[in-house]
Ligand binder design. Structure first.
Ligand code: GDP
Ligand code: MN
Length: 390
C-alpha cells in the first residue's frame, strides 16, 4: 500500500527525521491560510497523489506570495495529474501539501528497499538526487552506492557513515546523517514498509539535513497489524477497477487494451496475454478468479470486466485443476442470461470436468464462441473485436 508524501513525512518526523514546516489543504483558501501559518516568504504547493515525478508534471509549484499559493492550489485541485509514473489516466488531486520552501544546497537521493531475494533491506544513495535520478541511474550507475543491511545486527553506524561520505556530505553532517538513516531503518522494520525513499534530501544553509520529499510503501500482508498505517489508505488514488476487485476478493490488473480476460492463475494470465498479443490484440485487463471458483464468482468476474467500457470482447480461459470446468461454464451461462453482455464472449476450458463444462455451454444455447486451444482462444478473441481473421 502506498501513502501520500505528507503522511510519509509525518511518520518520518515521528522517528526524528527533519522535515520543512508544512500543512495540508483541501481548498485554495486553506492553502493560503497554511502559508500564512507557516510564515516566511516562499512556499511550495505540492499535489498529493500516489506517484513520483510530480515536479516534472507541474505538480510542485514554488510560490512567492500567499495569493500565488491560492492560485497554484486552484489550478491543481480537482485536476488529474499525469506523470511519467501514472499512466495516461493520471491521478486525481484532492489534497495539497503546503510547505515552507527551502533553499537547499544539494539534492541527495536516499532509498531503502526490501530486496526480497536477498531477504535484506538495501540502502541506495546518490549525490545526484532530485528529479533526474532515473536518468542518472541509467547514464552513470557508478555514482550510486548500495549497502545490504544484515538483518541480525541492523544498520551499523559505520555503514551509515560510509554512505554519508560516498554522497559527499561534509564531515560535520555525518552524525546527523547516521541518525537519519538509523531512524529510517527503524521505521521500516517497525511498520513493515517495503520501500522508503527520500528524494531529495537536502542540506540547508545553516547545516541541517532536511527531507524535501518522502515516499513509503507498506507490505499489504502485514497491514493487519498496523491499524494506524492501514488508516492512511486513500482509495481515490487506486484504479477503481482494481479497488472493486480487491473489495470482492478477486485479483485484477487493469491494462490499456480492449479484450477483457477472465483466467485462473498468474501463469495462465501471462500465457493468455502472449497469445492475444501474438494474434495482434491487446488485453484490457486480467481478472484472476483463483482456485475453487463457484459459478457466483464467475458471474461477479463478468460484472467487473464488463464495467470497463473499453472492453470489446471477453475471453474466459480456464485451466481447471482445483477449479471445475462445469462450475465455470455454469457461471458463464448465468452471466450471459442475467447480465446484459453487449460483446462477444470466447470460452476456452480445459482440465477437471471439461466434458461436463462443454456440455453445459452447448445445452444452454447461449451465444459463446468456444475454443479448444489457447492459441485458438487468442485468435478468436482478437477476431471477434476486429471482425477480420487474425
Ligand atoms: P517529485 O517530483 O514527485 O519527486 O516531487 P518532489 O517533492 O521531489 O519535488 C520535485 C522537486 O521540487 C524536488 O526535486 C526539488 O528540486 C524541488 N522542491 C521540492 N520541495 C522544495 C523546497 O522546499 N524547496 C526547493 N527549493 N525546492 C523544492
Ligand atoms: Mn521527489
Amino acid at each position: 500500500m502506498e501513502i501520500h508524501e505528507y503522511q510519509a513525512k509525518a511518520i518520518l518526523a515521528d522517528y526524528g527525521v527533519a522535515i520543512p514546516d508544512g500543512g495540508l489543504a483541501y481548498s485554495p483558501e486553506q492553502a493560503a491560510y497554511r502559508a500564512s501559518e507557516i510564515g516566511g516568504e516562499q512556499w511550495v504547493v505540492k499535489a498529493q497523489i500516489h506517484s513520483g515525478a510530480r515536479g516534472k508534471a507541474g505538480g510542485v509549484k514554488l510560490c512567492g506570495h500567499e495569493r500565488e499559493v491560492a492560485e497554484a492550489a486552484d489550478e491543481l485541485l480537482g485536476k488529474r495529474l499525469v506523470t511519467a509514473q501514472t499512466g495516461e489516466r493520471g491521478k486525481g488531486v484532492y489534497r495539497l501539501y503546503v510547505e515552507a520552501a527551502v533553499a537547499g544546497e544539494s539534492e541527495i537521493y536516499l532509498g531503502f528497499v526490501l530486496d526480497r531475494s536477498a531477504e535484506r533491506v538495501t540502502i541506495v544513495a546518490s549525490a545526484s538526487g532530485g528529479m533526474d535520478i532515473e536518468e542518472i541511474v541509467a547514464s552513470d550507475p557508478g555514482s550510486i552506492v548500495r549497502i545490504n543491511v544484515e538483518p541480525a545486527v541492523g544498520l551499523q553506524a559505520f555503514e551509515a557513515r560510509e554512505i554519508a561520505f560516498a554522497v559527499g556530505l561534509d564531515a560535520s553532517l555525518v552524525p546527523q546523517a547516521v541518525q537519519l538513516m538509523t531512524s529510517c531503518y527503524r521505521a521500516i522494520l517497525d511498520l513493515d514498509a517495503t520501500m522508503l525513499e527520500i528524494n531529495p534530501l537536502t542540506v540547508t544553509a545553516d547545516g541541517r539535513l532536511l527531507a524535501l520529499d518522502a515516499k513509503m510503501i507498506f507490505d499489504d500482508n502485514a497491514l493487519f497489524r498496523h491499524q494506524d498505517v492501514s488508516e492512511l489508505r486513500d482509495k481515490s488514488q487506486e484504479d477503481p477497477r482494481e479497488r472493486t476487485a480487491v473489495d470482492r476478493g478477486l485479483s485484477y490488473v487493469g491494462l490499456e487494451g480492449d479484450i477483457g480476460c477472465i483466467i485462473n492463475g498468474a501463469g495462465l494470465a501471462m500465457a493468455t496475454m502472449d497469445m492475444i498479443k501474438h494474434a495482434g490484440g491487446e488485453p484490457a485487463n486480467f481478472l484472476d478468479i483463483g482456485g475453487g471458483a463457484s459459478p457466483e464468482r464467475v458471474l461477479k468476474a463478468f460484472r467487473l470486466v464488463l464495467s470497463d467500457d473499453k472492453v470489446k470482447a471477453v475471453l474466459v480461459n480456464i485451466f481447471a485443476g482445483i477449479n471445475r470446468c462445469d462450475w465455470v461454464a455454469e457461471g458463464v451461462v448465468q452471466a450471459l442470461r442475467q447480465l446484459e453482455v453487449p460483446v462477444p464472449v470466447v470460452v476456452r476450458l480445459s482440465g477437471t470436468n471439461v466434458e461436463e463444462g462443454r456440455q453445459i455451454l452447448k445445452e444452454a444455447d447461449v451465444p459463446v464462441i468456444t475454443a479448444e486451444s489457447l492459441a485458438e482462444a487468442g485468435t478468436k478473441a482478437v477476431e471477434s473485436v476486429t471482425g477480420r481473421a487474425a
